[in-house]
Design a protein around this ligand. Structure first.
Ligand code: NAD
Length: 274
């Protein structure tokens, strides 16, 4: 996408968030904030990004955040603005996955509430705080470009899921949370469009990350069976998701807002019979 802007990525210590944050560095960003509840993992990813950065002025910072806490999210946004003056790109990838699938009737409500806190409230708090920060800043003009392709005041991409559009069995807490992420995305896109802020969602099905490793740790055969049922016959690599996140973040998507972009190898196209 080529940018000299500043990116804030949550969940940047692992998986998709890590890949997105490092990709911003290799696309020329002048600053990337790696935010995660696991500060050590965020720091390691920030360190790795320096080797891949293409902007001589590049700086990376690692920030500890618990996205379910309003105070913690505000502290993260304030810290990033103090460090870099502005936030041009925000990617909300922090999230938790299901490790023990259970039917609705057997769902543990404390577990359901935890998904609400991290995956729904966490996304909402980050979108809200970043939107406030972006509204207070001037438009970003991409070097060599003016007019409709300007990057606007900023762009936000939320990691939703194929589960935002269809239900998979036995994971009601995750499916409900990811449906809500689309609600947040669409409403924020509407409210923010007049302010030059775009908000989109990316919806993967299964992606090779530590989240999936943990979910299928006890049953690798199940993951193989699942992959063979995907029309593309495999699960996605993290960079196949981060490429779409960076496209939606950047000026080539300057008139795209409120979309739920599936990255699912055709998973949700088919009706399984038998
Ligand atoms: P991951 O487990 O590899 O990374 C998630 C990161 O979020 C971790 O570094 C973790 O420490 C961090 N995190 C968890 N709780 C947090 C909190 N309260 N505050 C701050 N950080 C927190 O997962 P991933 O596979 O990279 O998933 C990233 C996003 O993509 C998630 O929102 C996930 O739901 C979504 N997604 C993943 C898949 C998949 O198959 N991997 C599919 C669809 C959607």
């Amino acid at each position: 996408m080529q940018t000299d802007g500043v990116a804030l990525v949550t969940g940047a210590g692992s998986g998709i968030g890590r890949d997105c944050a490092i990709a911003f560095a290799s696309e020329g960003a002048r600053g990337v904030a790696f935010a995660d509840i696991d500060l050590g993992a965020a720091q390691a990813a920030a360190d790795e990004s320096r080797a891949q950065a293409t902007n001589p002025a590049y700086r990376a910072v690692a920030v500890q955040v618990d996205v379910s806490s309003e105070e913690s999210v505000q502290r993260m946004v304030d810290l990033v603005r103090d460090e870099f003056d502005r936030i041009d790109y925000s990617v909300n990838s922090a999230g938790i996955g299901v490790q023990q699938p259970r039917s609705v009737s057997e769902t543990d409500m404390a577990e359901f509430d935890r998904f609400y806190a991290v995956n729904i409230r966490g996304t909402m708090l980050c979108v809200r705080a970043v939107t406030q920060a972006m509204m207070a800043q001037e438009q970003l003009t991409v070097a060599g470009r003016t007019g409709p392709r300007d990057a606007g005041r900023g762009s936000i991409v939320n990691l939703a899921s194929a589960n935002s559009l269809v239900a998979f069995p036995d994971i009601v807490q995750y499916t409900t949370a990811k449906h809500a992420v689309l609600g947040i995305t669409k409403t924020a896109a509407l409210d923010n469009a007049p302010h030059g802020i775009r908000v989109n969602a990316v919806c993967p099905s299964w992606v090779e990350t530590p989240m999936i490793d943990k979910a299928f740790a006890g049953n690798p055969a199940m993951l193989e069976a699942l992959a063979s049922n995907i029309p593309a016959k495999r699960i996605a690599h993290a960079e196949e998701v981060s490429d779409v996140v960076l496209f939606l973040s950047g000026p080539k998507a300057s008139y795209v807002t409120g979309v739920a972009w599936l990255v699912d190898g055709g998973t949700t196209l088919q009706m399984k019979i038998g």
